[in-house]
Design a protein around this ligand. Structure first.
Ligand code: FMN
Length: 323
């Protein structure tokens, strides 16, 4: 069963992906955070860096786009395919208000007829890109406001030759909070003729074991926040398979390893990103999750959160990691 690292905008750029893979590994496929398609039809400098094969040292990388216009989407697909990618993922799940307002992400699920037309034009246009266009996969939610919408979303997706479907079984209005609707997965599995990847709230070895037992024909699982809270989660799960003991909480992270991971990531971001404040911002995003490994260090974690520059950040981290 394939293990995928979910795209996490603002966190899982190429430096994070490479560093995670170097220290923890165990992931078969990584996805880029979404590239938002627009009329300029050019990749921004940071988007291009994130995509360049020479910058990426992971087993497989699938670029993801966020789109609401077929012509623009096709222009981006062409540019990305020219970099050598044979699969591109379409984001139909992002629940953010600003994204949804533009009809992108899960905003695409608002009007099933418009979605149908978009996908029809997209798949028709694909062949104009090259004689061997990239395959398209999709990462989707199940609707906007009501569970009943799931049937039509599924029916629309099954009409088109996506190579794979990643399902996050929540509605747009539910963001990431309420429990996932696992019961929906079964009907999707029955109807889909292509591999299905499950995504959502796989945060402990027990969660992974339960989803794999409940849905044994899943082609894979995708993990996001669970790997930020506990970078060893996949390794712990693999160990659990060997021992047949699946803990319902994550075992303690190795502090030494976590520290090396942090330091390497931080130094690489500093070397690569132009603006030190962006590095701090990125690291704070990560600490929002990784901080759970330091339950007795509320004061040091607060100091990280409040750090305004590199020296303040480094001082706060030193206190936290030396404890
Ligand atoms: C900070 C953050 C950024 C995200 N960025 C993206 C993104 O760029 N593309 C995407 O498809 N999903 C994105 N997601 C959703 C995740 O990929 C994933 O579907 C979600 O976190 C649920 O999985 P999890 O419970 O394993 O974290 C993001 C989620 C978070 C919390």
């Amino acid at each position: 069963m394939k293990k995928c690292f979910a795209p996490l905008e603002g966190i899982t750029g190429f430096i994070f992906r490479n560093t995670y893979h170097q220290f923890y590994g165990g992931i078969d496929v990584y996805y880029t955070p979404f590239i938002s398609v627009n009329q300029t039809c050019t990749l921004k400098k940071n988007e291009l860096s994130d995509l360049l094969p020479k910058n990426n040292h992971v087993p497989r990388l699938i670029p993801q786009i966020l789109a609401n216009n077929t012509d623009d989407a096709l222009a981006y697909i062409r540019m990305i395919a020219e970099l050598g990618y044979d699969e591109i993922n379409l984001n139909m799940g992002c629940p953010s208000g600003t994204v949804v307002a533009k009809g992108k992400g899960s905003g695409m699920l608002r009007d099933p007829k418009a979605l149908d037309l978009f996908l029809e034009r997209l798949f028709c246009g694909l062949s104009s890109i090259s004689h061997q266009p990239p395959q398209l996969s999709v990462k989707t939610r199940i609707g906007i406001r009501d569970l009943s919408e799931s049937t039509e979303v599924l029916a629309t997706i099954t009409k088109y030759p996506f190579c794979e479907v990643i399902l996050h079984p929540r509605l747009q209005k539910e963001f990431y909070k309420v429990p996932v609707h696992q019961d929906v997965v079964l009907s999707w599995q029955k109807e889909l003729k292509v591999p299905l990847i499950y995504n959502g709230d796989l945060n402990t070895p027990r969660d992974i074991q339960e989803i794999c037992q409940t849905f044994p024909s899943l082609a894979g699982i995708m993990l996001g926040r669970g790997l930020l809270w506990h970078p060893s989660l996949i390794n712990n799960y693999v160990d659990s398979c060997n021992n047949n003991i699946f803990p319902s909480t994550c075992p303690q992270e190795d502090p030494q390893k976590l520290r090396c991971f942090h330091d390497t990531l931080f130094n690489r971001l500093l070397e690569t990103m132009q603006e030190p404040n962006n590095v701090i911002h990125r690291m704070k995003e990560l600490w929002f999750y990784m901080g759970c490994n330091y339950p007795d260090s509320a004061k040091a974690l607060k100091a990280i959160k409040k750090a305004r520059n590199i020296p303040e950040y480094q001082a706060a981290v030193r206190i936290l990691l030396q404890k």
